[in-house]
Write a protein that binds this ligand. Structure first.
Ligand SMILES: *Cc1c(COP(=O)(O)O)cnc(C)c1O
Length: 668
């Protein structure tokens, strides 16, 4: 059975309370335990009527947390509305009853707080709606507006009830209106209530005729069917499908803010930002709107031989915020392709410069740059990359500045960056053959959230300059505020020759990537047509207008909501809370840069002995934490926390507590 229904109207005074009460009485007569909720009430006695007629035991203060005797809209009637209190009251009531009837105030777009409408509350409560509309001429327009706005916002409309049909003056419009509304909204009309002498009579009448089937059933998803089809048709990435086939996978149906909802209606905190991409939580109003607006203009048009408006605007905006020196934007659609583009540009650049022997790349141990073959060639994670070695081009692999497991067995800062000696040697001996160094600046993410000591990146830049080698920074994971700055390289004022962006670029909405290059590199590709200096590379969805709009909205939000400033206290809070993890017997290392966190679990702390791969310790912790309503995804034995940048302190606290408990319970 569904948990409830939200009664809204095309207008105020259309008879929401009549229908809500009637519906409650009817459901009660069918043996269903009904709870009532009327979050906001200004003037009138709806909540009281509602409570008395239906006869529920809860106090009025719980059923109606906000009451004002002034006949004003909630936005004006109540100075300080605590939405958490409203939601908690609803949850409390919902836990006591089989079915909840919630009555709104006015219609869908009634403002409640700044940037918060009645529709936001409906979405937050996760309820479908029943629309009450007034009988009589001129109601079609209001009803269709309400129904279509609900649809646009992703609110399910279960049905429409028309109230106040005038039986004396044979009102000819009512029946034809109902037919028109039904035809245009594709929503059933669940009842037409005549004008009655008083409220009691109307409620009595309505309770007899209202059609409750549609309200109780809804469309709903069948978990079993979905799960079976998933297992029958989908091959999941980075997943042992034999294990998957035995599991009961969560199937996400919708999301709001930092929470994801599964098909069973359970909400989970999105602790890894939907795999590191999401910045503001889900269904961020400004980004939703940017995409919706663009879709009414053009969804896609190519950049091969044509330009399009959003890709131009975005390119300008990206260059404005990029590290100094980067001047051109080459679009593609994911992190791996952004890296492919960077590698091919770097290679071809030297060809054009006449240094044809400069064709090899230097990369680092534990590096991850994506899963296409070029990106895998510069990858340093054996588990992912070794299998494909025969297919890959050769390069030079240098050390990873992984202090917890130092490749030189030294201790920072006394080590004086001994790990860089290998890199410098490679470059000194082979610089004639080296096109570029590619690294993930400061945090090697997929390699286990390996955070570098301060100063290493700067040294790498200096070495590259000394030996005339291009520096490619893969900021796919670290870009867009993740490390506390817009780009990680800003921490050390490093200026790359080429920079790769994706993941956070569209704030987690659509696939888009950009490879930014210096003017001098771009210039090397200019020439007469017959010289064939063109960069022969491009993807079908290059510069996709919808994705570019999402990215522009993202950059607007960084400014408007002062995201980077707001992040600072949260980063500090997170650092403090992570300190406690050191008490845990199996926590070997805690690494954090901004909002990127890796907690490395070890079997034996003094010897740093890792858990065996087969023990699946990371997976176990992340499966366990779901019971606390949190979604995480580990990297081997490293537990990763990477919440959306706008997560509240409250949720950040929840995330850290649940992680602590899960590690303790699984390893204890
Ligand atoms: C995720 C990632 C990539 C690959 O991006 P995809 O969109 O998954 O292809 C490349 N580089 C880094 C640093 C990444 O974290």
């Amino acid at each position: 059975m569904n948990k409830g229904i939200f009664i809204t109207g095309t207008d105020t005074g259309v008879g929401k309370t009549v229908v809500a009460s009637a519906l409650a009485l009817r459901l009660k007569s069918e043996g269903i335990d009904v709870g009532l909720f009327k979050p906001f009430q200004s003037a009138g006695y709806d909540a009281k009527i509602f409570k008395e007629i239906v006869g529920v035991s809860e106090p009025l203060s719980l059923i109606n947390p906000y009451y004002s005797c002034l006949p004003l809209a909630p936005y004006k009637a109540f100075k300080r509305i605590n939405l958490r209190k409203v939601v908690m009251a609803y949850k409390e009531l919902a836990s006591r009853h089989d079915f909840m009837i919630v009555e709104g105030a006015g219609g869908l777009l009634v403002p409640i707080k700044k940037d918060y409408l009645m529709s936001d509350l409906i979405l937050e409560l996760g309820l479908p709606v029943l629309i009450i509309s007034r009988a009589g001429l001129g109601t079609i327009n209001h009803t269709l507006l309400t129904a279509s706005e609900a649809k646009n916002l992703g609110i399910e409309v279960r049905g429409i009830v028309i109230n106040g049909k005038d039986i004396k003056k044979s009102d000819i419009s009512v029946n034809s209106n109902a037919r028109v509304i039904k035809e245009f909204c594709k929503v059933p009309i669940l009842g037409i209530i005549p004008k009655c002498r008083n409220t009691e009579e109307a409620i009595d009448y309505a309770s007899k005729i209202i059609d409750i089937k549609a309200i109780l059933q809804g469309k709903g998803n069948n978990y079993r069917q979905l799960m079976q089809s998933d297992k029958k048709y989908i091959w999941h990435p980075f997943t042992q499908m034999k294990d998957w086939l035995k599991s009961r996978p969560l199937i996400i149906e919708e999301a709001k803010g930092c929470y994801l909802k599964d098909t069973a209606g359970k909400w989970y905190l999105d602790g890894v930002s939907s795999l590191w991409v999401n910045l503001y939580g889900h269904r961020k109003r400004e980004i939703d709107l940017a995409i919706k607006t663009q879709i009414d203009k053009v969804a896609h048009s190519t950049l091969l031989g044509l330009a399009n408006v959003p890709s131009v605007e975005l390119a300008k905006r990206l260059i404005e915020i990029a590290p100094a020196g980067l001047r051109k934007v080459f679009y593609s659609d994911n992190g791996s392709t952004a890296v492919e583009v960077a590698l091919k540009i770097a290679y071809q650049y030297w060809q054009h410069k006449g240094k044809t022997e400069k064709c090899k790349f230097v990369y680092l141990e534990n590096a991850y740059h994506g899963d296409t073959l070029g990106a895998v060639s510069v990858g340093g994670i054996d588990l992912f990359h070794k299998t494909f070695r025969p297919l890959l081009f050769n390069g030079f692999k240098a050390n990873s500045p992984y202090c917890y497991r130092c490749p030189e067995d030294k201790v920072y800062p006394g080590c004086h960056f001994a790990c860089l000696e290998k890199l410098e040697n490679i470059m000194r001996v082979n610089n004639r053959h080296i096109a570029a160094l590619i690294v993930e600046p400061i945090v090697q993410a997929a390699g286990g959230m390996i955070v570098w000591p301060q100063g290493i990146l700067k040294r790498m830049e200096q070495i590259c300059r000394r030996y005339n080698i291009l520096l490619i920074l893969d900021e796919v994971a670290t870009g867009f505020g993740r490390t506390g700055k817009m780009f990680a390289c800003e921490h050390e004022k490093v200026r790359p020759d080429i920079m790769c962006l994706s993941k956070g670029l569209t704030a987690g909405y659509l696939p888009l990537a950009a490879t930014l290059v210096r003017q001098e590199i771009y210039n090397a590709f200019l020439g007469d047509y017959r010289e064939k200096k063109t960069f022969f590379h491009g993807h079908s969805y290059t510069g996709n207008p919808l994705a570019c709009r999402a990215a522009i909205a993202n950059l607007d939000l960084f400014k408007k909501e002062k995201i980077l400033q707001g992040l600072r206290p949260k980063i500090e809070f997170l650092s403090k809370r992570l300190e406690h993890f050191r008490n845990l017997r199996c926590v070997g290392d805690i690494r954090q840069k901004g909002f990127m966190v890796g907690i490395e679990l070890v079997k034996d702390k003094p010897t740093k002995e890792p858990y065996a791969w087969e023990e699946k310790i990371g997976i176990k912790v992340c499966e366990h934490i779901r019971r606390y309503g949190v979604i995480l995804r580990p990297l081997g034995n490293v537990i990763v926390l990477m919440p959306p940048l706008t997560i509240s302190f409250f949720d950040l606290d929840r995330l850290v507590k649940a992680t602590y408990k899960s590690i303790e319970e699984v390893t204890g």
